[in-house]
Design a protein around this ligand. Sequence first.
Ligand SMILES: [Zn+2]
Length: 322
Amino acid sequence: MSETEREPLRLMAVHAHPDDESSKGAATTARYAAEGVEVLVVTCTGGERGDILNPSYVVPEGHEFDSLEGRNAVRREEMARSAAALGVRHRWLGFVDSGLPEGDPLPPLPEGCFALVPLEEASEPLVRLVREFRPHVMTTYDPSGGYPHPDHIKCHEVSAEAFAAAGDPARYPGAGDPWEPMKLYYNHGFSMESLRAVHEAMEGAGLESPFGDWIESRAAREIPEREVTTYVPVSDYFSRRDDALRAHASQIDPDGFFFAVPRDIEAEVWPWDEYELAESNIPLPARAAGEHEDDLFVGVREALGARSGAGDDGREHAEVNA
Ligand SMILES: [Zn+2]
């Protein structure tokens, strides 16, 4: 790379299971990839304990869904199709799905599952991957997991650990050369504000909203809403997101919840993916109260421009090292 070539922007999106990348921030990854940003989706587990959630799903010829190995194979193929639909690169961390424990009392987690792996051991492969891929921006879930699946909480923990440790040569010394990512975000799909906006627009159009009961039950439980700092406009990439969702044929019902809102209504009233800026290692422009970012690379473009001695936004020279 010559001195005049700009360093490409790199985004790493860390997820717990195959299909999470298509339901949380999917259109964002598709958009940045289309704009020349290098995007790597990382999936912590193989999703081996997911049940078939699509009533019209038929297990493909030559596959079975009755063993962890069989499910792993099915979900690998689905994940490859999803990554292709989004136009992103993809890597597995190779941990085993913990499953969602149900019952009272809750059953113990299965031996060897991701949620039971000690934090340093669980984080090491992600630290290694951060040092190899060298993302400027990482996304993950908030500390609650966004939804209380043990793998989602663990996904948060290993992402926060890797974000904090990857730049420190004293940490994980056998896992590659240090690299400090600049910003860490939490995905926030389905905020109450977004649900209400879509709900009201659907009712206004005389359509049945899929969100009424959900809004009521969430309001009744008084779950505190997390802050949204960043709205990335992504409506041009809804179709890519939808293709990625449908790629997870064993998990996503094409006639179900995710497809219940007409896309023209969604594009009109909620054309964004929402994020919370959790950590930043770079100076950021001051934001007035009520002002939001519209780009995950705010401050990053400027920092890289300063580093390379140039002033423009760095997108033109992004290159993909597939
Ligand atoms: Zn998941």
